[in-house]
Design a binder for this molecule. Structure first.
Ligand code: AMP
Ligand code: GLY
Length: 423
């Protein structure tokens, strides 16, 4: 069959590599893709949120499976667009319906979903312009630090954690009255701060059955020791050493099962990934957030560990026969280290020539912000390359990634040297 992947990051390169290895895949396309996806697929100059152009490409190229990488097209309803168009109904979309994508697209929707289905999460209330003073009052009843979350998508920047009460109150006013995050902060969730260690649990569901995929932990801050600004993610480790069998059982029983059952109960169509951001507080798991896609860079450590044919696994979503499959998982550890442009996540330069990727051995280099310019590979984004390796434990895997990074060069490149420091 012919398959189209939407997206352009390291996550989509990891999907493309894995799907290209499937016997079920004839022609593989990535829209828009990057300098790495073009080695295993055909890049297509179509925007993932331009559904009419996606439709034209799908019909012109007999695509029968659409794999959606990022959240934007899902939140904008790409699943429903395909379902409701008689020319496109035969195409399988891997990803949730627009209603399901609200789990990521609206923090308030996600909190109400968790409350309704008894899923452990931080205590919260949500506020609008009209109730801003009540919100400030609510803040004064809480213990610092204060957690403020813009309800809508804010490119990963919509969460503020503030120690000082009056500053938190003034930020709440800023978000609601001045739309600090645009329409995303017309509503704000104020919640209790949870103090613990984070990890991510990835689940694939056909709407009825589910499979828990390997766990991963990502490193979001730009600086070592988790200092500095938040980024999309600077590296990841899978599996997470502290997610032992006992803890995983708690996650499955208290969080995964009620989540999948909740989707069914609420009649939400969902055939895709659920990415559950978790925090372990005194040995107990709580949900920090849902995402309705895979994580980036977590995908660069989770997918390489899945040995099963990913296309066959995806096909079982459509037929709701995921329960008939056994996933083969590589028991080794995988790590990835992100190489980023100097200055990221703030301003950075693009177009720097990247050299040495061909000298890497024993690691996989996933491209994120790269492009081809003539014969050159150049930087085209903040996160540039993710270098993934395997080892008997994460330390051995990391050593390989760091050794191979030494062979790669571009002007002003930067990477964290302490991935896994807290494990
Ligand atoms: P989110 O966009 O919801 O993932 O939030 C971004 C980050 O803020 C998370 O990865 C956590 O590190 C942090 N965070 C969010 N909610 C809480 C909370 N209730 N308690 C502590 N940290 C939080
Ligand atoms: N790495 C976090 C995310 O993909 O949201």
């Amino acid at each position: 069959m012919n398959i189209l992947i939407l997206g352009s990051g390291g996550r989509e390169h990891a999907f493309a590599l894995k799907i290209s290895q499937s016997k079920l895949c004839e022609n593989l396309y990535v829209a828009p893709g990057n300098g790495g996806t073009h080695q295993v697929a055909t890049n297509v100059s179509v925007s993932p949120t331009d559904f009419q152009s996606v439709k034209k490409f799908v019909l012109d190229n007999q695509i029968t499976m659409l794999v959606v990488g990022p959240e934007d097209p899902l939140v904008h309803g790409v699943y429903d667009f395909f379902k409701n168009d008689s020319d496109l109904q035969h195409v399988q979309v891997v990803g949730p319906s627009k209603e399901g994508a609200k789990l990521e697209g609206s923090k308030e929707f996600a909190k109400q979903f968790m409350q309704r289905h008894g899923i452990p999460t931080a205590r919260y209330e949500s506020f609008t312009k009209e109730t801003v003073e009540r919100g400030c009052q609510f803040l004064s009843t809480m213990q610092p630090p204060y957690v403020l979350k813009a309800d809508g998508l804010a490119a990963g920047k919509g969460v503020l954690i503030i120690n000082d009460l009056s500053q938190a109150q003034s930020e709440l006013r800023n978000m609601l009255l001045n739309e600090k995050f645009g329409s995303a902060s017309q509503k704000v969730v104020v919640e209790e701060f949870l103090d613990g260690i984070e990890l991510s649990c990835f689940v694939l569901t056909d709407g009825k059955n589910y499979k828990i995929l390997p766990t991963a932990k990502d490193y979001k801050r730009v600086g070592e020791n988790d200092q500095g600004l938040n980024t999309g993610g600077m590296g990841a480790v899978s599996p997470v050493p502290f997610a032992d069998a006992d803890f995983m059982q708690k996650i499955e029983e208290r969080i995964v099962q009620p989540t999948i059952a909740g989707l069914k109960k609420d009649s939400i169509e969902y055939q895709g990934f659920v990415f559950i951001g978790l925090i372990k507080v005194k040995g107990e798991p709580y949900v920090i957030e849902y995402n309705v896609r895979m994580g980036d860079p977590e995908t660069e450590v989770v997918l390489p560990r899945i040995e099963s044919d990913l296309v066959a696994v995806f096909q079982s979503l459509r037929s709701q026969t995921l329960d008939e499959l056994t996933l083969q998982i590589n028991p080794e550890s995988a790590t990835t280290v992100m190489m980023v442009s100097g200055g990221y996540p703030e301003d950075y330069e693009k177009g720097k020539i990247i050299t040495g990727v061909e000298n890497v051995s024993g690691s996989i280099v996933f491209h994120a912000g790269t492009a081809r310019k003539g014969d050159d590979l150049v930087t085209s984004g903040g996160r540039v390359l993710a270098v993934t390796s395997f080892g008997k434990d994460f330390k051995e895997a990391l050593k390989k990634s760091y050794e191979n990074i030494e062979k790669i060069h571009f002007d002003k490149m930067y990477f964290r040297k302490d991935i896994g420091f807290d494990l």
